[in-house]
Design a protein around this ligand. Structure first.
Ligand SMILES: [Zn+2]
Ligand SMILES: [Zn+2]
Length: 576
C-alpha cells in the first residue's frame, strides 16, 4: 500500500506514484526469487465493483450507517481534510503525529484530537466543521472479535497481545468514508464527493486479488479464500488486520483470516530507514553486488518475531562468512571434494556403523520433520537455526572422523563418514530450498538430485553408488574492503542528499526539520527575510493562519521569489 499523501508530496498523480511503486516492488520480488500466484494493485475495475458491492451489502444489512460528524476543514484549500492530510501533536505523548496515528506511541487518532493541527498541503490551521460520513458498527462485533482473537491458537503472541489490549479498551465504531477527489466512490446517491476509506477498500484488495486469480486459474475465488488465509504484515497495521478487517468480514459473512503474521521493524545500521534521506539499501542495488539468497538468509536469520532487527553491513559480512561460508559452504565442499578424490565421485557403502555414526544419521533423518514443523508454524528463523545446528554437527563429525587419515588406515570408517556426509548434503539441499533457492538448486545439480519440490523426498537416502558431479565452492567470503565500500556508499548517499538542500528544491523531510510560524519570524537570513517581514507587516491578514515548514530560509525564498507575491502561497503548496 502506498502512503496516501505520497502523491501530494511528490507532485505526481496518485496513479503515477502507484504504478511506479508497483513496478518497483514487482521487480524486487522477481529479483529475489519470490513467486506469487497473483500480484496486483487496487486500480483494477473488478476491485472497484467488489469494493462498492461489499460496502452496499453492509449498508443494506444495517452494519453501515450515516453519521453526522465534525471534521477538520482547511479554509485555505476549501476542503475537508482526510486524516492523513492533517498533522499536529499527539494528545497522548506530545510527539509530531499524523491525523490518524502517532508513530511514537502507536495510538490510533482522530484528526480532531490533535494539538496544534495544520493542513499538510498549505500549513493553515484547520477549523472544525459539521459534515457527515458513513460509520461501521464495529462496537457491535466486540464479543465476536474477542472470541476470534482469544480462541485463535494460530495467532502469534505479538498479534494476540496487541489485539487483546485494544479489545480490553473497548471498540468504537469506525468511519469508513472520506471526502476526497480520488478513490472509489461511495455507492450511494446522497454521498457525492465521498470515497471509501483506504482501510475498507485496501482490504478488499485481498478479495479482488483472489477473484483475479480465479479468472486466470479458472477456479472459484472462494476455493482460495476458504482454504487457509494468512496475512503477512508489518506490526504497525496489526490493529487493522486483527480487529477491523475480521470485523468487516464477520459482518459480511465471510471466513476470517486463519493466521496473521506480523513482522517487526527493520532498521539500517542502527538508524530508522528513510527513503527521502536515502538512508536505505534498495533491493535493486543490493542484487547488483550480491546474490539475493544472501539477503533472504540474512533477513530471515536476523528477524525474531518478538523484537525489531537491524541490517548492518558488518553483521551481514559476519553472518555470510561465519555461517554460510564456514558452516554450510565448508561442510559441502569438503564432502564433495573428498567424495570425488577418494570414492570416484560415488556415494560409498555404509557398513558396521559406530555409535557416533548412528547418532549423526539420526540427526540427519530427524531434520526434515523438525525444520518442517517450524516452517509450518511460521517460525522461519527457528527452522534455519535447526538446519544450522545439524550442519555444525556435520562439520564436527567430519573433523572427528578424520577421513583423510581413515582412508589409509580404516577404509570402512572413511566410507561411513562420506556416506553420511553426502546424506546430510542432500538433506541440506531440500532444507535450504525455501531460504536459499538458488544455492539449494546448485547443491541439487552437483548431487544429481533433480527438483527439490517434495519435502518428503529429503528423507529418502541416496543409494550407495549414486554419482555426484564435480563441485566448485558454493559460498565465498566477503572481504573487509567490500564492506567498507558499501558503508562508504551508504554515507555518500546520505551526504549527496544533504547537499541537495542547497539546490532550489526542498524535500519533504527538510520541510519537516523546522516549523516556522510566519507571524513570528524574528531572526532569519537578513538578506531574504527582510522583504518578507515587510510584507507581513503590510499585509498581516494574508499571513494570519499560515505556517510554513522550511529548513533553509533562502531555499524557500529562492523559490517563492520566482513568482508573484500573490502566488507565494501557491508556490509553497507546490513545494510541499
Ligand atoms: Zn490547506
Ligand atoms: Zn503519541
Amino acid at each position: 500500500m502506498i502512503p496516501i499523501i505520497a502523491p501530494l508530496k511528490r507532485r505526481k498523480l496518485p496513479i503515477e506514484v502507484a504504478k511506479r511503486y508497483h513496478d518497483m516492488i514487482a521487480e524486487d520480488i522477481r529479483s529475489c526469487d519470490i513467486s506469487l500466484d497473483n500480484f496486483t494493485r487496487t486500480t483494477d475495475e473488478a476491485h472497484y465493483e467488489i469494493a462498492k458491492n461489499f460496502f452496499k451489502k453492509l449498508y443494506d444489512d444495517g452494519y453501515i450507517y450515516r453519521e453526522d460528524i465534525q471534521q477538520l476543514y482547511c479554509p485555505n484549500c476549501n476542503k475537508f481534510l482526510p486524516d492523513r492530510y492533517v498533522e499536529g501533536l499527539c494528545p497522548v505523548c506530545g510527539s509530531e503525529a499524523r491525523g490518524d496515528h502517532c508513530e511514537k506511541c502507536g495510538k490510533a487518532l482522530n484528526p480532531t484530537e490533535l494539538d496544534e493541527p495544520h493542513c499538510i498541503t498549505c500549513g493553515t490551521t484547520p477549523v472544525i466543521r459539521d459534515t457527515f460520513q458513513y460509520a461501521f458498527k464495529l462496537s457491535e462485533l466486540e464479543d465476536e472479535l474477542k472470541e476470534y482473537i482469544n480462541n485463535n491458537e494460530n495467532l502469534p503472541a505479538n498479534v494476540k497481545n496487541y489485539a487483546s489490549n485494544w479489545l480490553e479498551e473497548g471498540l468504537t465504531d469506525w468511519i469508513l468514508t472520506r471526502d476526497m477527489d480520488w478513490g472509489i466512490p461511495v455507492p450511494l446517491d446522497e454521498a457525492k464527493g465521498k470515497v471509501l476509506y483506504v482501510w475498507i477498500e485496501a482490504f478488499l484488495g485481498y478479495i479482488s486479488s483472489a477473484s483475479q486469480w480465479s479468472r486466470v486459474s479458472g477456479r472459484k475465488w472462494e476455493e482460495y479464500w476458504n482454504d487457509y488465509v494468512v496475512h503477512f504484515i508489518g506490526k504497525d497495521i496489526i490493529y487493522h488486520h486483527s480487529i477491523f478487517w475480521p470485523g468487516l468480514l464477520k459482518a459480511y459473512g465471510c471466513k476470517l483470516p486463519d493466521m496473521i503474521y506480523a513482522g517487526e521493524f527493520l532498521s539500517l545500521e542502527g538508524e530508522k530507514m528513510s527513503t527521502s534521506k536515502n538512508w536505505v539499501i534498495w533491493i535493486a542495488d543490493f542484487v547488483k553486488d550480491y546474490e539475493p539468497d544472501l539477503l533472504r538468509y540474512y533477513l530471515t536469520i536476523n528477524a525474531p518475531l518478538n523484537k525489531d532487527s537491524d541490517f548492518s553491513w558488518d553483521d551481514f559480512q559476519r553472518r555470510n562468512n561465519d555461517e554460510l561460508a564456514d558452516v554450510i559452504g565448508n561442510f559441502l565442499h569438503r564432502t564433495f571434494v573428498f567424495t570425488k578424490k577418494q570414492f570416484e565421485s560415488k556415494i560409498p557403502e555404509y557398513t558396521n556403523p559406530t555409535e557416533e555414526d548412528e547418532e549423526f544419521r539420526a540427526a540427519i533423518e530427524e531434520l526434515p520433520d523438525k525444520a518442517g514443523e517450524y516452517i509450518a508454524n511460521y517460525e522461519f528463523r527457528e527452522a534455519l537455526l535447526e538446519i544450522f545446528k545439524v550442519a555444525k554437527k556435520g562439520n564436527k563429525y567430519f573433523n572427528d572422523a578424520e577421513p583423510w587419515k581413515a582412508v589409509k588406515e580404516d577404509k570402512v570408517k572413511a566410507a561411513n563418514c562420506l556416506y553420511l556426509s553426502n546424506q546430510l548434503a542432500k538433506t541440506l539441499a531440500y532444507m535450504l530450498k525455501p531460504f536459499l533457492p538458488t544455492k539449494a538448486d546448485k547443491i541439487a545439480e552437483i548431487m544429481n538430485l533433480g527438483t527439490l519440490d517434495n519435502w518428503e523426498d529429503a528423507k529418502i537416502p541416496l543409494p550407495t553408488g549414486h554419482e555426484i558431479n564435480k563441485a566448485k565452492p558454493l559460498f565465498k567470503k566477503i572481504e573487509d574492503k567490500e564492506i567498507e565500500a558499501q558503508k562508504a556508499k551508504l554515507k555518500e548517499n546520505l551526504k549527496e542528499n544533504e547537499d541537495e538542500t542547497m539546490s532550489d528544491l526542498v524535500t519533504i523531510d527538510q520541510f519537516d526539520e523546522f516549523v516556522i510560524k510566519i507571524g513570528e519570524v524574528k531572526e532569519q537570513s537578513k538578506k531574504y527575510s527582510k522583504r518578507f517581514r515587510e510584507d507581513i507587516s503590510k499585509n498581516p491578514e494574508k499571513y494570519k493562519n499560515l505556517q510554513v515548514r522550511v529548513c533553509g530560509w533562502n531555499v524557500l525564498w529562492n523559490n517563492i521569489n520566482k513568482v508573484e507575491q500573490d502566488g507565494f502561497i501557491k508556490q509553497a503548496e507546490g513545494l510541499i
